[in-house]
Design a protein around this ligand. Structure first.
Ligand code: RB5
Length: 147
């Protein structure tokens, strides 16, 4: 699996922990920045290019981190084909994929500790969309909103 990761300054520290964690698990990781801590940077500048790459099939999954995870999630969901959610619990990390085909996990670098973040990321990446008819039906209704 090819995984994208992106953060602004609020998520930079956690990104720098999660990136090698993913590499250590054997994932191919593409880092969309930020590549240094800059308190004046803006999350859309990193999250939107990653979201576009995800929507275009260049990535299998993506992880976006800002201070709270909120801004990253709001920005990502403006891109057709991106299904992003701010996740703070283990159940949602896998159920969001299984039922809703979540393809971008958003985390709050100022909210979620790095051990918890590693568990959320692992649950997200190990989960697979079930493809159940009721979930496809619901996703189709969501997809129509992108038109
Ligand atoms: C940046 O200070 C902060 O607002 C941003 O990282 C994020 O939390 C927005 O949702």
């Amino acid at each position: 699996m090819k995984i994208g990761i992106a953060s602004d300054h609020g998520g930079y520290e956690l990104k720098e922990i999660i990136h090698p964690f993913l590499t250590g698990l054997g994932y191919e990781v593409k880092d969309f920045g930020a590549f240094q801590l800059n308190d004046g940077d803006d999350y859309p500048d990193y999250v939107v290019p990653m979201g576009r790459a995800l929507a275009e099939g260049e990535l299998d999954r993506a992880i976006a981190i800002c201070g709270s995870g909120v801004g990253a999630c709001v920005a990502a969901n403006k891109i057709s084909g991106v299904r992003a959610a701010l996740i703070n619990d283990h159940f949602s990390a896998h159920q969001g994929v299984e039922d809703d085909n979540l393809n971008m996990l958003c985390l709050g670098g100022r909210v979620t500790g790095y051990m918890a973040a590693q568990e959320l990321v692992t649950a997200f990446l190990n989960a697979r969309f079930t493809g159940a008819e009721r979930h496809l039906r619901r996703l189709q209704k969501v997809h129509l909103l992108e038109k």
